[in-house]
Design a protein around this ligand. Structure first.
Ligand code: GLY
Length: 434
C-alpha cells in the first residue's frame, strides 16, 4: 500500500484529461501535466505544467525526471503510439497506461482483428487487409457486400468511411480505398454492420479487470444523428450502469470479450494495463467489436469519471501493482454530456470566445474544459470541441434537462446538440431495437 502523496504525470490537454486531472487532484496527489495547448482548467490544478508537443518523448521524459514524478497516465491515443510509456518505465516511473506493444490493440486495426481471430474471441466481424489497389474493385464485385473502409492506424475518428453512408457508389469506395493504400501502403475493409453502439470501458492490471458503466457516444455533428462524423458531440449513461436500448446479456458478453482480450494479451506476452475502451455494436442478441481502444474514450471517459466515487490514484496504483479490485463504486445517477463546440463545427468552424460563470457548480452539473485557451472565466475556442457539460439525475432525460438548465453559465456564440438524452431520442432508439 502506497501511503505517500503521489506525484502524478498526466499527458494530454483535452476534456478527457481535464476529468482525469480533477480525479487525480481529488485523490490528494500532486499533478504534473504535459499538454500541447494550455488548458486553463488542467493548468489551474497542476503543480507544474509543461506546454509542449505531446509526442516529444525525450522532452516529456526530461520533464518527468526533473519533476520527480512516480506515477504516470497517458490520455490521448497518438501518445500511446510513441515509446513514452516504455521509456518512463525504463526510468523506474510507474505507469498506469499500456506499453507501445499492448496499445497496438488500438494503434493497428490489423493487429486487433487478427489477434481476436487467432484467439477465437467472439465479436469479430469479417475483415480484409488489402495492399494492392488493383484488388479492391474485384473484391467488392465478388463479395457484393458493403464495407467500412478504414486506415489501419490511428485516424482521430475521421478516416473511416462507410459504403452506403459516406461512400455512395462502388467507384467512390474503390477510389477512397485506393487513396488510403497510396498514403499508408494498406487499407482495412470491415463488413458493414448496423445497430446501436455502446462503449464499454474497463480498467485492467494485465490480469484483472474492473468495468465502468456502459455509455453511448454521439458522433454525428447535427441533431437526429445527421451530418459529418466528429470526435463525439456528447454521451449518455444510465443510473443502473446499462442503457435502456442495450440488452443486459449483450453488455455482459461484451465484458466477457474484453476479459478474454486481457487474458490473451498476457498469454501472448503483452499484458495490458490501463484503460481498455471497447466500442461495440449490438447486432441482434450479440455484441460485435467495432474498435478496441487503449485509453479512456472522449467524451465517454468524462461521463464515467464524473460518476466514479473511488479514489483514482489508488486505482492507478492497483493497476501498476497487478492488484486491481474487481469492481468500482459509482454514483447511481444517469449522466448526459453535451459538448459546446464552435459554430460550424464539423464542416467550417468559426471559433469565438466564451464567458463562463464563476458561480459554484451544483452537485449535479459539471463543466470540463477541452481544446480552449485563456482563463477559467474567459476562453478562446479553437476549431475543436470547447467545453463538456455534464448533467446528472435519476433518469437520462432529466440529466439532459440538467445541462439545459445550466446553459446560462456559458455566454457566447457556440453550437451544441440539444437532442442528446431527450425522451424523444430514447423512444426512437428503443423502437429501433424492438
Ligand atoms: N468516443 C470516441 C473516441 O474516444 O474515440
Amino acid at each position: 500500500m502506497i501511503t505517500m502523496k503521489n506525484k502524478v504525470l498526466l499527458v494530454g490537454g483535452g476534456g478527457r484529461e481535464d476529468a482525469i486531472a480533477r480525479k487525480i487532484l481529488s485523490s490528494g496527489a500532486e499533478l504534473y501535466s504535459v499538454m500541447k495547448n494550455r488548458n486553463p482548467s488542467i493548468f489551474s490544478v497542476s503543480r507544474k505544467a509543461f506546454i509542449h508537443d505531446e509526442l516529444d518523448v525525450d522532452s516529456i521524459l526530461k520533464f518527468a525526471l526533473e519533476s520527480g514524478v512516480d506515477l504516470a497516465f497517458v490520455g490521448p491515443d497518438p501518445v500511446l503510439n510513441t515509446k513514452l510509456v516504455d521509456r518512463l518505465e525504463e526510468e523506474g516511473i510507474r505507469v498506469a497506461s499500456p506499453s507501445y506493444e499492448a496499445a497496438r490493440l488500438e494503434t493497428s486495426k490489423e493487429f486487433m482483428r487478427k489477434f481476436v481471430e487467432r484467439n477465437s474471441i467472439p465479436g469479430n466481424i469479417e475483415f480484409k487487409v488489402i495492399t494492392e489497389q488493383s484488388e479492391i474493385a474485384g473484391l467488392l464485385e465478388k463479395s457484393g457486400k458493403e464495407y467500412a473502409i478504414k486506415p489501419i492506424g490511428l485516424t482521430g475518428g475521421k478516416g473511416v468511411r462507410v459504403m452506403g453512408v459516406q461512400l455512395h457508389t462502388k467507384e467512390e469506395a474503390v477510389s477512397y480505398a485506393a487513396s488510403v493504400i497510396e498514403k499508408d501502403g494498406a487499407v482495412i475493409l470491415e463488413e458493414r454492420i448496423q445497430g446501436e453502439e455502446f462503449s464499454l470501458q474497463v480498467l485492467s492490471d494485465g490480469t484483472n479487470i474492473a468495468p465502468f458503466p456502459i455509455v453511448q457516444d454521439f458522433k454525428r455533428a447535427y441533431e437526429n444523428d445527421e451530418g459529418p462524423n466528429t470526435g463525439g458531440m456528447g454521451a449518455i449513461s444510465d443510473s443502473n450502469g446499462g442503457l435502456p436500448f442495450i440488452k443486459q446479456t449483450v453488455a455482459e458478453e461484451a465484458l466477457e470479450i474484453i476479459r478474454r482480450i486481457v487474458f490473451h494479451m498476457k498469454d501472448e506476452g503483452n499484458p495490458f494495463k490501463g484503460v481498455i475502451y471497447g466500442q461495440f455494436m449490438q447486432v441482434g442478441d450479440s455484441p460485435k467489436i467495432v474498435e478496441i481502444n487503449a485509453r479512456f474514450a472522449d467524451p465517454e471517459g468524462i461521463s464515467v469519471l464524473t460518476l466514479l466515487e473511488d479514489d483514482f490514484v489508488e486505482l492507478m496504483n492497483e493497476i501498476v501493482e497487478g492488484k486491481l479490485r474487481a469492481s468500482m463504486k459509482f454514483r447511481e445517477k444517469a449522466s448526459v454530456l453535451k459538448y459546446v463546440v464552435p459554430e460550424g463545427y464539423g464542416s467550417n468552424p468559426t471559433p469565438g470566445d466564451l464567458e463562463i460563470s464563476t458561480d459554484p457548480e451544483p452537485d449535479d452539473f459539471r463543466v470540463y474544459y477541452a481544446a480552449v485557451s485563456g482563463t477559467l472565466n474567459n476562453v478562446k475556442m479553437s476549431t475543436s470541441r470547447a467545453l463538456a457539460l455534464v448533467g446528472l439525475a435519476d433518469t437520462i432525460p432529466e440529466a439532459s434537462a440538467r445541462v439545459e438548465e445550466n446553459l446560462w453559465r456559458i455566454r457566447g456564440n457556440y453550437y451544441m446538440r440539444h437532442d442528446i438524452g431527450t425522451e424523444e431520442m430514447l423512444r426512437r432508439k428503443k423502437e429501433n431495437v424492438s
